[in-house]
Design a binder for this molecule. Structure first.
Ligand code: ADP
Ligand code: MG
Length: 433
């Protein structure tokens, strides 16, 4: 991507409602723009990150044998009346009516819709277990939308739903999903914690939340310094304090704050009973299906990643979801033919080798190129400048460590432990051969 064609518009201004660093940096880097309270447009830069997050999630869901579908955002009230949630859900549910005065809602979640599909499509135990997922826009009329896309009204969720003949089968899928979620958050590169959680509006018997550890997290996580015990503090009427004996009796209580990025539930038969979702079992008897559901806040992940990794200069993306892998900074691009030719050539080469490269082809000062690159958080800068003109050397600067590595024709390796740097070096030295 050429910077002049990238649609990236960075800004120094932060809006008054931006209370936390991720919200500020998403606005400053030009990732998102606000339309109204809790409603955000994902600009070209932001959307690149969202797509990378989706890709990581899709891979793990597909590997876990979940089948991707896409359900409507607008849902008829009849299904919600079947489960009783039309009354129960309250003002978070955005209710609408069409020209025929039929009632609908904009889906905050999709249990009713998927259960309706499955009761129509699945008739026999032979078709089970089955898990469906989608990556789709949800709307919740949050009482206090805040922190930008972190607690928005419209947001992107990956929601999955599994259907089973028995509790034992649900437990197996739940375990698989649990492991998939761990893989997703490990691949992104998060420091995270899994905790026992409240089933809330969704209902059911058991649930776990996946939290990114961050000071600005809205949840308080209680865990033991000795055992695996970990739980959301909201489960206690009066939560224990740091240093108390852990509620499981092993070790002392530790407390950290977290951002909930994933939540999985054993639903049991709550929805399938209410909606009469049955199958015939081996003995040809009609039985109610057992269900699980599994959510990930796709758009929230982008904000959580920034909360976990930033500095005074801007965002520091983990390479897994960075909008670009490397940023060519060509000092004098618009004035020096040699710099321009070399940079353009290298840019094309990196592109054709599948490396996500941004080349700064703007007629601006090096200072602006560096500060914008730091702000949008590209993990590496490849500097073509004075060193190149004088000694044919390039420099690679690592965003997270601020270290600079010189690449000369004689040294085809640098001390950077990174797949990106390795791939880039390979391309550079192929060119010189
Ligand atoms: N208002 C919101 N804005 C952004 N992401 C959200 C919002 N509400 C929920 N999410 C994300 O969707 C995931 C699944 O939602 P769920 O657990 O049903 O919501 P909640 O925890 O609010 O009851 C959450 O773990 C969270 O990451
Ligand atoms: Mg939740």
């Amino acid at each position: 991507m050429k910077y002049t064609q990238s649609g990236i518009t960075t800004t120094k201004d932060t809006p008054n409602d931006a209370e936390i660093i991720s919200h500020k940096l998403m606005i400053r880097s030009g990732m998102i723009r606000k339309l109204a309270s809790g409603l955000y447009t994902w600009m070209p830069l932001g959307l690149r990150i969202l797509k990378k997050i989706e890709k990581i999630i899709r891979k793990e869901m597909n590997d876990a044998n979940a089948l991707e579908i896409l359900m409507p955002a607008i849902q008829p009230s009849e299904l919600w009346k079947e489960t009783g949630r039309w009354e129960k859900y309250g003002p978070e549910l955005l209710r609408l009516s069409d020209r025929h005065e039929r009632e609908f809602c904009f889906g905050p979640t999709h249990e009713e819709i998927i259960t309706d599909i499955v009761r129509n499509e699945i008739k026999s135990y032979k078709q089970l277990p089955v898990t469906f997922y989608q990556i789709q826009t949800k709307f919740r009329d949050e009482i206090r939308p805040r922190f930008g896309v972190m607690r928005a009204r419209e947001f992107l969720m990956k929601d999955a739903y599994s259907f089973h003949e028995s509790e034992a089968c649900l437990n197996k899928t739940y375990e698989i999903m649990f492991e998939s979620y761990k893989k997703i958050f490990e691949k992104i590169g998060f420091e995270f914690k899994v905790v026992d959680a409240d089933n809330g509006q969704i209902g059911g018997s058991e649930s776990h939340e996946f939290h990114v550890i961050a000071e600005n997290g809205e949840d308080e996580l209680i865990f033991s310094d000795k055992s695996d015990y970990a739980i959301n503090a909201e489960l206690f009427p009066k939560p224990p304090k740091e240093g108390d004996v852990s509620p499981d009796g092993t070790g002392k209580v530790k407390i950290k704050r977290g951002i909930e990025v994933g939540h999985i539930f054993k639903l049991g038969k709550n929805y399938s009973d209410a909606m009469n979702a049955t199958i015939s079992n081996k003995e040809n008897k009609n039985i109610t299906m057992t269900m699980g559901c599994y959510g990930i806040g796709v758009s929230r992940i982008a904000a959580a990643a920034i909360e976990q990794s930033n500095d005074e200069k801007g965002i520091i993306w983990p390479t897994s979801i960075a909008p670009f892998s490397i940023n060519i900074i060509s000092i004098g691009y618009s004035k020096n033919e040699k710099i321009k030719n070399y940079s353009d050539n290298l840019y094309q080469k990196l592109l054709s080798n599948g490396i996500d490269v941004l080349i700064d082809d703007r007629d601006v000062s090096p200072g602006i190129m560096f500060s914008d690159s730091d702000l949008i958080g590209v993990p590496y800068k490849l500097i073509v400048g004075k060193q190149y003109l004088e000694n044919n050397n390039l420099e690679i600067k690592e965003r997270v460590s601020d270290k600079t590595f010189t690449i000369s024709e004689s040294s085809n390796s640098v001390q950077a432990d990174s797949n990106t740097v390795e791939a880039v070096l390979k391309v550079i030295f192929e060119k010189n051969q």
